[in-house]
Design a protein around this ligand. Structure first.
Ligand SMILES: Nc1nc2c(ncn2[C@@H]2O[C@H](COP(=O)(O)OP(=O)(O)O)[C@@H](O)[C@H]2O)c(=O)[nH]1
Ligand SMILES: [Mg+2]
Length: 205
């Protein structure tokens, strides 16, 4: 991670008056917190809590080696696009016990990134189901945890993805790679908007 970026507390420009919101969702340990941290220009506010023994039977950490913190509420990061437009990033917890937060979180959302760990594809189903239910546009990003890389076709099939939903591979620890995921989402949004007469103005709420 670029520490010069993560350590900076860049003040938000006074002229920034248009907030755009993107959410990063997916199962436990897929790299949501990592991605929000990688691309954010501020030290992201997050609510990582050291996992206690009480959570041991609740959160399945067997596939997530070295993970000692869990996101309690959500991650929050920010990217200034230009003098007026600011992108806010929210990383939403995937665990079932936080699902009540989701509907509020999705209001006013421009689009979403669904992060997938290809070793645990099923964990991201719920996110996709909720996004489709809300009509929120999204891209699917397979986070690289090493090992054999799955073909895009096999991931699409496993997730039963609509052919128009973009599928990309990324490393959430890399700022550049995470940025490419956001660009894929923005391009997807532009393609969708081009197909509609009047693009709705989205506000951060
Ligand atoms: N190898 C690898 N590890 C990653 C990647 N992204 C995240 N991790 C690690 O996976 C663990 C879970 O990531 P985290 O961002 O906390 O997941 P979250 O529960 O979705 O917020 C952490 O130990 C990260 O350092 C990645 O792209 N590659
Ligand atoms: Mg997290």
């Amino acid at each position: 991670m670029d520490s010069a970026i993560s350590d900076a507390r860049t003040p938000l420009g006074a002229s920034a008056d248009n907030g755009l919101k993107i959410v990063v969702v997916g199962g436990f340990g897929v790299g949501k917190t990592t991605m929000v941290r990688s691309v954010s220009e501020i030290r992201p506010l997050n609510t990582e809590e050291t996992m206690t023994q009480a959570g041991e039977t609740v959160d399945d950490t067997s596939e997530v080696r070295g993970k000692t913190a869990t996101t309690v509420a959500f991650d929050f990061g920010r990217i200034s696009l230009d003098a007026r437009n600011v992108l806010y990033l929210f990383g939403a917890p995937g665990q079932e016990r936080f699902w009540f937060l989701w509907d509020r979180l999705f209001s006013g959302t421009l689009g979403a990134v669904v992060l997938v760990d290809t070793r645990r594809i099923d964990d991201s189903w719920y996110a996709i189901d909720r996004l489709e239910h809300h009509g929120t546009p999204f891209v699917v990003a397979c986070n690289d945890f090493g090992g054999a890389r799955h073909s895009p076709e096999s991931v699409r099939e496993a997730l039963d993805l609509d052919p128009e939903v973009p599928l990309v591979f990324c490393d959430a620890r890399s700022r550049e790679s995470s940025k490419q995921v956001l660009i894929a989402l923005v391009e997807h949004l532009r393609t969708r908007i081009a197909g509609h007469a009047a693009p709705p103005r989205q506000e951060f709420v």
